[in-house]
Structure formats: structure tokens, C-alpha cells
Design a protein around this ligand. Structure first.
Ligand code: DGL
Length: 274
């Protein structure tokens, strides 16, 4: 029997499905495995050590499942674990495998969206406190001013399915007002957390006209397509039957019910005990 070599897509919970949706639409031929570490989400307020430990456990599991390439579709894991995994862990445990994140591909392009050269970045506490976006964006666009704000209530609202509720309006308005108070010339707001696109309707409702809101799905999908074109040594070992499987470290029926809203299609997940 031919062995399977899917692309692994990882998030702390459901958020990575917003990125996976764009990846699967752009690159439908490949096999994919999605893992949401819902049992230990949210990651956003956890320490560097904990996010690294959890993310590495999940990455090792993807490798056991045959994935030559794993995308961390989670900004918090990309900010707090990716560099250690790439520089310290991979050379030791799997030198021929690759792990990619979502921050660099986003930073590479975000400067092309702004006219005022003033960008707002909204993310989890972990992502914002790491300073990763400011550092990475300024590597590509040194003149762009980056204004950041952590929105610690947004992931719980999304994870608990409250993103359409009236209660969500309060926290959406609160954080947008705080961000715009930092710099009224912001004309581009990056949703630097893969959960936040679920709040897009409410975010747009409370923003003044003319502010561009950018989600990461299509950016990461395009960047992955470019990566696969450049890295034929990885691309050539990936299997291409269009199969997708979904795993969660929490309850599968909860996952299946919630995940549909993020992915736009029904799924049946499998429980993973880590
Ligand atoms: N979806 C993750 C991100 O992009 C964070 C969610 C969490 O706090 O676990 O940052």
C-alpha cells in the first residue's frame, strides 16, 4: 500500500481552519491533516515554554503521521515556538522535514495594503507581546508604523461560539477603539490571529469607512503555493489524492459542530490523545 505524506495544518483550536479553507481552495490536489489542540486552547496567554512544548508535541505527531511539511496556522505558535522548532528541534529530530509559520508571509505583504504607512495589528497577548509583527514588518517595510493591540477576549468569544452574539459587540468595539486611539491614521488593520476572521462582520460594522481589514488565509495560501514551487524536494514527496482528515485533542462532536463555521464544510473529526 502506498504510504501517505500529507501537509499538516496546525492550530491551538479552530482558528487554523480559516487558513486551511484558503489553502485547500488554492491547492486542492494535496492530502492534508488538520489538528486542533482544542483540549489545551487557548494558547494566547500561555508562556513561551508552554506554547513551545505543546506545539512541538503536535509537530512530532504530524511527523509520525507521515507529514513532511507542517504549517503552524496559528500566530501564537508561530510567534512563540516556530523559531525554536526550526533552529533547535528540527535539526535534532527531523532534519529532512519542514515547519512553516504565518507571520513572515503576512509581514512580507502587509505593507502593500497601506497608503498612510500606518498599520494596526490585532492578536493574542502572546503574539503582541512577542513583538514579532513589528520586527518582521519593519524588515520588509522599514517606514511603516506598526501599532499593536492584544485582544484577549476575542479568542474565547470565537471558541465558545459567541462571535455572532450581542455580547461580542462590546469587546469588538472596545479593542477597535483602543487601537484607533493609538493612531488615528491607521488605514489597514491586520487580523493577526486565525480565529478573528469569524468576527469580521462585527469588526467591519464598528470601523470607520476606508479602513482595510486584512485576514491571513489567502496570504498564507499564496505563500505556501510559492514555497512548494521553490522546494521541489518537499513538493515531490507529498501525496496527492485530495484527502483531508481532521483531528482534535478535545471532544469530536463539539469540534464537528463548531468547525463547520470556520471551514465552510461539514467534517467528522477523530480524537487524538496526546
Ligand atoms: N488562533 C491562534 C492565533 O492565531 C490563537 C488562539 C489561541 O489563543 O489559542 O494566534
Amino acid at each position: 500500500m502506498e504510504s501517505s505524506h500529507p501537509i499538516g495544518i496546525f492550530d491551538s483550536g479552530y482558528g487554523g481552519l480559516t487558513v486551511f479553507k484558503s489553502i485547500a481552495a488554492l491547492l486542492p490536489g494535496y492530502d492534508y491533516i488538520y489538528l486542533g489542540d482544542n483540549g489545551r486552547a487557548p494558547y494566547g496567554n500561555r508562556s513561551f515554554e508552554t506554547v513551545h512544548q505543546y506545539t512541538l508535541e503536535c509537530v512530532e505527531w504530524f511527523f509520525k503521521m507521515g507529514c513532511p511539511l507542517v504549517v503552524l496556522a496559528c500566530n501564537t505558535a508561530s510567534a512563540k515556538a516556530l523559531r525554536t522548532i526550526q533552529q533547535i528541534d528540527l535539526p535534532r529530530i527531523a532534519p529532512d522535514k519542514r515547519v512553516l509559520g504565518v507571520i513572515r508571509p503576512t509581514a512580507e505583504i502587509i505593507g502593500t495594503f497601506t497608503h498612510t504607512r500606518s498599520v494596526g495589528v490585532l492578536g493574542t497577548k502572546g503574539t503582541i507581546n512577542s513583538g514579532s509583527y513589528e520586527i518582521e514588518i519593519n524588515k520588509f517595510f522599514p517606514e511603516v508604523k506598526v501599532h499593536q493591540l492584544a485582544c484577549p477576549m476575542w479568542v474565547p468569544l470565537v471558541e465558545y461560539g459567541e462571535y455572532n452574539s450581542d455580547g461580542a459587540d462590546y469587546f469588538v468595539q472596545k479593542y477597535l477603539n483602543e487601537l484607533l486611539a493609538q493612531a488615528p491614521d491607521i488605514d489597514t488593520i491586520l487580523l493577526a490571529c486565525t480565529h478573528y476572521p469569524l468576527l469580521l462582520g462585527k469588526i467591519k460594522k464598528y470601523l470607520p469607512a476606508g479602513i482595510n481589514v486584512v485576514s491571513q488565509g489567502d496570504i498564507v495560501a499564496n505563500s505556501l503555493a510559492g514555497y512548494l514551487q521553490r522546494h521541489t524536494e518537499i513538493e515531490s514527496v507529498l501525496t496527492k489524492h485530495g484527502n483531508m482528515s481532521f483531528y482534535t485533542t478535545d471532544d469530536t462532536s463539539d469540534f464537528d459542530n463548531h468547525a463547520t463555521a470556520f471551514f465552510g464544510a461539514k467534517m467528522r473529526s477523530v480524537h487524538l490523545h496526546l
